[in-house]
Structure formats: C-alpha cells, structure tokens
Design a protein around this ligand. Sequence first.
Ligand code: SPV
Ligand code: MG
Length: 287
Amino acid sequence: MSENPLRLLLRKKSCLRVMETVNALEAIIIQELSKDNKGFDALWFSGLCHAAWKGMPDDESMPLEMKLDTLREIRRVCGMPIIADCDTGGTPDELCHCILELGGLVSAVVVEDKKGVKRNSLYGSSVKQHMEEISVFADKLKQSAVSAEKTDIMLFARIESFICGETEENALQRAERYISAGADGIVIHSIRPDGGDAFAFAEKLRKAYKNVPIIMIPTVYSGFTFGELRDKGANIVIYANQLTRSAVMAMEKTAKVILADGRSRFADDNYCVPPKKILRMIEGEQE
Ligand code: SPV
Ligand code: MG
C-alpha cells in the first residue's frame, strides 16, 4: 500500500497550507493553483462550508451519505490529500463507521471534543457549547484509532477548550490524553483575534512532543502570515472558509448589479469569468 500522502508531506515540509474545498469546482480551482509543489498542499473538507452550500445548518445533522457523495465528486477531479471535518463524530461506533466509509477518499479526519448538539465554534460563548469528559473523548479516540489504522487515515483530535472558555491547563491535559489514546495530531482552535491562547498552547505542547503535528485554523486571527503561524508552532494551517465566503460576496454583488442595471453587461465584463473558462475547467482544452 502506498504511504498516506499527508503523512508523507508532513515529513517533507515543516508546515502545510490547506484550503477549504467542499465541491468539485473548488477542487479544480485549488488543484490548478497547486501544481509543481507550489500553492496549497491539501484540501479542508469543511463541515460549515459544505453544509452552507447545501443550505443546511452546521449541526452535524447532514447524513454521512451526502458527505460521501460530495467527497467522491471531489475525488473524481482532484488527487490532492483531503482532511475531513468529522465534527464530534457522534458515538464511538458512529465515528468508527464514518472513518471506515472515508477510507480511500481522505487522508485525515478531525474530531472535536464537544458533546450534545454541535454548534459551530465561531459562535464561541454566545451559544451553549459543552466539552466532552476527557476520559470519554479519549476512549472514543482509542476506538476510532483502530478504524483509522485500518484505512490508513490520520486521526486528529481537535481541542475546543479555548472555544468553551476553558484554561490552557485543560487544553494541555486533553492533548496529552488524546495523544496517548492514539491521536496522530492535535488541532487547537481559537477565536481570539490575537491567537494568543493557541500560540501559548502550541509552544508548551511542542516542548513535550517534538513530532506531534499541530493544526491551526486562523479564521479569526487572520492577520498572521503563513510563515508567522509556522514559527508559532503550526505544522498545518487551514484556511477553513475563505472560498465560500468570497463566493457569497461575489454572487450577491453580481446578482444585485444585474437587478439594478436591468441587464448583465456590466456584471459580465467586471465580475464574471468568461463562460469558456468554466468549460475549460470542466472539459479541458478543446480542439
Ligand atoms: C469548519 O470549517 O467547519 C470548521 C472550522 O470546523 S470552524 O468553522 O472554525 O469551526
Ligand atoms: Mg466544522
């Protein structure tokens, strides 16, 4: 069996750039930008953005089959490694089943340590979010690590301590337990505009674990460059939702201008790619 491509990339590079991709067209765009080892290293199958394109809430209610269908669509057009957002993963059995189904489609999964009805982390403390007991989540990881090994998928534990108002000590204790339970890496999430809690955590975790990959998601602390985040300890930086957010802005702008002008000429000339570009993207160069 060939080596997991994400594991391989993590050995070759100190830090990877990963971009949100939740449909085949986004995958075509990112793959095109990432030729010759430049551009992005892998794709983030964002639960939030995938739900958004389906017009559904980001609350883990989407059937697994719908996610698998989209991942197969992405796989048909793009060979880049995929990191899949598995939310809380549900029960241990549900998570194991999900990982087995994802075999051959993705290179890594991320599972977060919250419980109850899942709410998006970017809400922070403005909605009720509860963390799972450390031992319960560690057991869930231990069980799912067996499925991850079978399918050669990397298992990342996502720590939500800073989202739920918990301390750095809590986050570090969780990291230690999750790594001993079989997590291959840690995602530390933060919604502090200066990212200070995630950076301090990464510095301490690195002292204890030299080689455990750390993922950062700088949606809120977006002022830091890739190089700065690498220097603060990230091995993977995930740009989790910028493609979807920029598409929404562009689509609203275009639709509004067409309404205001009563024709599409200005929008066509200024806000839209030519139809032939779309044809080239999905059908390749024609004679
Ligand atoms: C996602 O992209 O779905 C994530 C990252 O889980 S966040 O939206 O910040 O929770
Ligand atoms: Mg998510």
